[in-house]
Design a protein around this ligand. Structure first.
Ligand code: FAD
Length: 451
């Protein structure tokens, strides 16, 4: 059957755009359906606007420390609408950049929601198009737990970028990376923040020592973290909302906030497209795929957040390119999901690559693991009044001397660990780290010669 496209990509986010461009580069005729704005979650309501907010929040510390460095500053005031309009403009610029890139690659953009008619036919808006292969890159969405009465009054991370005013008090439900990042952002911007988490500390899944470091630092900065607690109800009140929380001991406390943010996880976008009509299997809420991102239907593929392996932009992009190279470039490679570097843009920042101490001990046995740690005051903060510690940790396999994991809490952790990640991905040993000359005086030099 002659099709309109060799490949139809459904979803124009990080993964979909990367796949469309790479496949077109291999000579495929590609269509891309996107129901919203090009760039998807990362550009429009994720990484990019969030990181710009992180930068905005960091000025409060920088301005405070500037005085210790001899600067005399005038009255300081933060203006929320100015920040929000500046971010909106930048996001619009990026939407245009994606449009240009796709146009230049020869990808046909179909700016509508896509639904399957049958295995090779898809309606996109009013049109029906046919494709030999179809890639699902439909991403994910925030979840509002349905067991909390009044949860509809809470906003999600999608809404927080469009609040008309900065909240005076924000109650965040959730201790994952999105909740913790927004706790730090709003704390830095001067909002009073209460964060309700189920676990004993924020950021479960990350290295325990780093979690403790961040948890304590966030509390020292004035974020009220209510640990080992469940939110049981949200209700409108005169000055915003009340959030009722119960502790493990059954004690109930009511917190009031102007806004409540449900940062309670995300789920893949698998509904509404007619997947059941074509027999694409969904397991535990995500599209099931094999190592080459093939679904249960041989000519339909899926990548990115919708497969829920590791929901990060660079992972979606890599999966997308591997898919396109395999299907249209006759080159097959497989992604190593163990060596994915990542960052949490809390204050202080955390970044990590490879295995945590706990995961390494589980994989190789506790006796084969050696950890090296350094906790120190960075030079930049030696002139500040605030207690600010950085933490660097290496997890090493004793028998091979291989560095299995590198972890850091502190300023610029993400920028530093990105470099370290190259060494860890290449299989560097502790001896390789120590043979490297330091750049002095830096924070990153602490990765070398840890004893
Ligand atoms: P998406 O980017 O979500 O794109 C999916 C697209 O599909 C959407 O544009 C949607 O409109 C479209 N779509 C869905 N269904 C259809 C349909 N049927 N027809 C047409 N179009 C459809 N990752 C990082 O690496 N670093 C970070 O710092 C980071 N911060 C984040 C902060 C927040 C608040 C959030 C929510 C996420 C963050 N992420 C971060 C995660 C990152 O945004 C995602 O992993 C990434 O966007 C996934 O890309 P994707 O292509 O799989 O899906």
């Amino acid at each position: 059957m002659a099709c309109d496209f060799d490949l139809l990509v459904i979803g124009g986010g990080s993964g979909g755009i990367a796949a469309a461009r790479r496949a077109a580069g291999h000579g495929a005729r590609v269509g891309l359906a996107e129901a919203g704005r090009l760039g998807g979650t990362c550009t429009n309501r994720g990484c990019v606007p969030k990181k710009l907010m992180v930068y905005a929040a960091q000025f409060s510390d920088q301005l405070a420390i500037a005085a210790n460095y001899g600067w005399r500053l005038g009255e300081r005031q933060f203006n929320w609408p100015t920040l929000i309009s500046a971010i909106d403009l930048e996001v619009q610029r990026l939407n245009g950049v994606y449009q240009d890139l796709l146009d230049k690659s020869g990808v046909e953009i179909l700016p509508h929601y896509a639904r399957f008619v049958d295995g090779h036919r898809v309606t996109v808006g009013d049109a029906t198009v046919t494709a030999a292969k179809i890639l699902l890159a439909t991403g994910g969405k925030p979840i509002r737990p349905d067991n909390i009465p009044g949860i509809e009054h809470a906003i999600t991370s999608d809404d927080i970028f469009h609040l008309p005013q900065q909240p005076q008090r924000l109650v965040i439900i959730g201790g994952g990376y999105i909740g913790s990042e927004f706790a730090s952002i709003f704390n830095g911007l001067g909002t009073e923040v209460i964060q309700i988490i189920q676990d004993d500390k924020v950021l479960s899944g990350f290295d325990d020592e780093l979690r403790s470091e961040i948890h304590q630092a966030m509390q020292r900065r004035g974020i009220k973290i209510v640990a080992q607690s469940e939110t049981i109800a949200i209700a409108p009140a005169e000055s915003g909302l009340t959030v009722t929380v119960t502790t493990q001991q059954g004690q109930e406390t009511i917190f009031s906030g102007v806004v409540s943010l449900a940062a309670t996880g995300r789920s893949p976008n698998v509904e509404g497209m007619g997947l059941e009509k074509v027999g694409v299997a969904v397991e535990e809420g995500a599209i099931a795929v094999d190592a080459q991102y093939r679904t249960s239907v041989p000519h339909i593929f899926a990548i990115g957040d919708v497969i829920n392996r590791v929901s990060l932009t660079p992972v979606a992009i890599r999966e997308a390119r591997l898919f396109a190279d395999t299907e249209f470039g006759q080159k097959t490679n497989i992604l190593d999901y163990d060596a994915i570097p990542t960052a949490v843009f809390t204050t202080p920042e955390m970044s990590t690559v490879g295995l945590t101490e706990a995961k390494a001990a589980k994989t190789f046995g506790k006796d084969d693991i050696q950890t090296y740690c350094s906790r120190f005051q960075p030079l930049y903060h030696s002139l500040s009044d605030r207690e600010t510690q950085s933490l660097i940790k290496l997890v090493v396999q004793k028998t091979t001397d291989r560095v299995l994991g590198a972890h850091m809490v502190g300023d610029h952790a993400a920028e530093i660990v990105q470099g370290v990640a190259i060494a860890v991905t290449m299989g560097a040993t502790k001896a390789d780290f120590d043979a490297t000359l330091a750049i002095h005086p830096t924070t990153a030099e602490e990765f070398i010669g840890l004893g």
